[in-house]
Ligand binder design. Structure first.
Ligand SMILES: C[S@@+](CC[C@H](N)C(=O)[O-])C[C@H]1O[C@@H](n2cnc3c(N)ncnc32)[C@H](O)[C@@H]1O
Length: 279
């Protein structure tokens, strides 16, 4: 497992992060998708076959067909959109091209019909966790997720209603969110769903360690494994962040050969499950 950043280091690395937070909490996802495209952010696309493989393993091990997935940092329901349809990220980009401000009434109606027309599969249900409440509202309105938790679990506890939305989960997933969400969020989410002993599958950008989250999950008797071969490309370095991130990775002891060779940042895949269950 990679080295662990202190909270001071984490904030410094966060400071070096290309900042598209201004697009996180809008009524419509168009500006967010434009920002993703500008950085060639591809993690949810690359993670999709890995998640599907793990969902298949989970169904076999637990003898279940219908899954309840909690997506930590769900944003506009990107993982739900990909995993509940045959679409890829390019299809979403194509659907989201257009204005990033307010949509005309006609555009709104067309856009709302988009996922309905894809025939969202209902053997996978999603609950989204993300303080970007407008993004969560969008994912709910378009039927991508069943329920949303918008409390910032870094600093606050779940409400009773939110706890019940998280209960009986099968798998917690996360892409592009470790760093914003730390062990505090993961522990709160897991605690609310611990009775069903869900697995946790998280892609953590190489600029962040995962030791604190793994330790928090260990308290629920989960074993965490870093699965090297599931590592995926996340996005290109923005011109301003490259040096700072490479420096921070060196300090954390995270190997940076791929980053230096390709100019992309990578994310490691961590899988946590009760001993002997996963993979
Ligand atoms: C880079 S985006 C990734 C979104 C999506 N998972 C994806 O891969 O496209 C980071 C997301 O983390 C969310 N986020 C920020 N702070 C958070 C927190 N404390 N808990 C959960 N999500 C958080 C942001 O609102 C944003 O939607």
């Amino acid at each position: 497992m990679s080295g662990q950043a202190s909270s001071a280091e984490r904030s410094r690395i966060q400071g070096a992060k290309y900042d598209f937070t201004a697009t996180y909490n809008r009524r419509w996802p168009h500006a967010y998708f434009r920002a993703l495209l500008a950085l060639d952010y591809m993690l949810p696309d690359r993670a999709k076959p890995i998640f599907e493989r793990i969902f298949a393993d989970y169904r076999r091990v637990r003898n279940k067909t219908k899954l309840k997935i909690i997506d930590v940092g769900c944003s506009y329901g990107v993982n739900a959109a990909l995993l509940r349809t045959d679409l890829d990220l390019d299809d979403l980009h194509a659907a989201y091209l257009g204005p990033s401000g307010s949509l005309s009434r006609r555009q709104e109606i067309e856009h709302r019909a988009f996922f309905r027309n894809q025939g969202l599969r209902d053997d996978i249900q999603f609950v989204g966790v993300d303080p970007s409440f407008r993004a969560v509202r969008y994912a709910l309105d378009l039927g991508l997720i069943e329920a949303g938790v918008t409390t910032d679990l870094e600093t606050r506890d779940l409400t009773i209603k939110e706890r019940s939305a998280l209960a009986d989960a099968d798998i917690l997933i996360s892409t592009g969110c470790v760093g914003y969400a730390t062990e505090a969020t993961f522990a709160r989410v897991y605690e609310a769903s611990a009775t069903s002993r869900p697995w946790v599958v998280a892609f953590a950008s190489h600029r962040f360690g995962y030791d604190d989250i793994a330790a928090a999950l260990r308290a629920f008797s989960l074993e965490t494994r870093l699965v090297e071969r599931f590592r995926q490309r996340q996005c290109r370095f923005s011109p301003t962040e490259r040096q700072a991130i490479l420096k921070a990775m060196a300090k954390l002891g995270i190997e940076d050969r791929l980053e230096r060779t390709t100019g992309y940042i990578y994310a490691s895949c961590y899988i946590s499950a009760p001993p002997g269950e996963a993979l």
